[in-house]
Design a protein around this ligand. Sequence first.
Ligand code: AK3
Length: 372
Amino acid sequence: MASKQQGPTAAGAGATGAAAAGRAPLRPANRGAANPSAAAAPSAAATTKPSAATTTTTTTTKKETTTTTTNAKVWTLDDFDVGRPLGRGKFGAVYLARERSSGYVVALKVLHKQQLAASRVEHQLRREVEIQSHLRHPNILRLFGYFHDRERVFLILEYAAKGELYKELQRSGRFSEPKAATHVAALAGALAYCHAKHVFHRDIKPENLLVGLGGQVKIADFGWSVHAPSGRRRTLCGTLDYLPPEMVEGREHGPGVDVWGLGVLAYEFLFGGPPFEAAGHQETYRRIVRVDLQFPEAPAVSSGARDFVRAMLKRDPASRLSLDAVCEHPWIVANADAAVLLHAQQQAAGRRAAAAAAQTQTQQQQAAGGAP
Ligand code: AK3
């Protein structure tokens, strides 16, 4: 399949507060982005720009095919050449596909409505579409849009050419420190970006990570654990392995959850398995709440790496390294890919500047308000 790296027309689903039309499982929202390629599509090769259409109004066609959005391109299965399967999950499979008019290669995730309804997850899917379609970050898998027919819902996703990260981790056993640090820096940047948009608790276990053509890690977790392959340890309620003490104990939790999760992931990259792994749920639970963190003798991992993991896996969420501080940690600085590191640091600096400006403004307003 030739791969023209260009976004398809409908980028993102609309997230206006409009009510879902009729019996449609999803609100029609093929709201074309003005420039779908500008935001994400990393290694742009071709320049064929698919016609971008924009609109706000949505209308539903009665026929089975799809819903219509006025003045916007509405996708149907006929718009795609569907190729080989890339993966399989509980609700359906994901296929390599090519948008016919632009040649743009995507991943097409097929979900069966009956199963979605039986599991009562339509609401969750709608939320996934709304959240993910608004995120534009090189390390977050793009969701360009969706459409549906009578039986199925199709998600049009960015294609991650190097596939699933957990398979690579399984193959190699563990990652080198430069590779681990690079992925961690990239993920910290992506999570900090999400936090700035008040999107929290991204579930960043290896099963939810994909790898782009250039080796960039991409978060693709927005479908819960349901699309995760069944090869790995997993119970009905999912694994506890990546959850912090405050969550497994059912206490209040916030952004620190993602820092913990990233710390667990860093450990897994370095050692090949998660830190609190145990025979049963109960024992994992015990190890997490005690923060029973142990570093095996082998493989030998640098003291800097161990220091980094310790700084992430603090029992007290407030004591953990902040996501923006991750790209300043000496181990990350010494090991992460320079371009990835620079990007993360620049994004962090931008957020700090914005926060400082906002604070200055607040102070000025308070000063002005306080004056007679
Ligand atoms: C290369 N693979 C939501 C629900 C139920 C791109 C599912 C490659 C791939 C690729 C989802 C998803 C996904 C991204 C990755 C798809 F209703 N977003 S799956 C394997 N190899 N390139 N994508 N795979 C519901 F509960 F919410 C079932 C979802 N959502 O699956 N979202």
